[in-house]
Design a protein around this ligand. Sequence first.
Ligand code: PNS
Length: 157
Amino acid sequence: MKIAVMPGSFDPITNGHLDVLERALKIFDRIVIALGENPKKEYLFSVEERKRMIREATKGMPIEVDHFSGLLTEFAKKKGAGAIVKGLRAVSDFEYEFQAALMNRKLNPDIETVFVMTRGMYCFLSSSIAKEVASLGGKLNGLVPKHVEKALRNKYR
Ligand code: PNS
């Protein structure tokens, strides 16, 4: 069984994340969503809220959602994953992702990083920009799942 981890903050999950996930599931049998905390970020949703939104959005998919702290490579090893899946939107993502991929390879040479390109229509989409639009009362049709849009509306009401 080919298992991969897909790390991120998912604050909140967007249709861009789901697009990457669906594409990655053509390569891997099972994906563990590695919900992490980046100390440089402030989160709108709690870990439990983020987990719930991911589970709802990925119902019926061979997905597990788990929270991790510490090194991603250690988490991947614990989960029996041979790969890390990362979504790439634009060249601007590349420099950081390239550095992280090489560091993760140094930390564990048995784990490959696999980059998956998002659909063009999601190139501009991020959780941060979705939050900004929601906070200003804008619509997010087709950019986040319905339940996520509702959760964003509730946060900013
Ligand atoms: O892209 P995000 O939302 O900032 O991701 C958050 C998180 C926690 C998943 C990300 O920062 C991460 O993968 N952290 C792992 C830390 C790690 O293993 N660092 C060493 C190699 S780069």
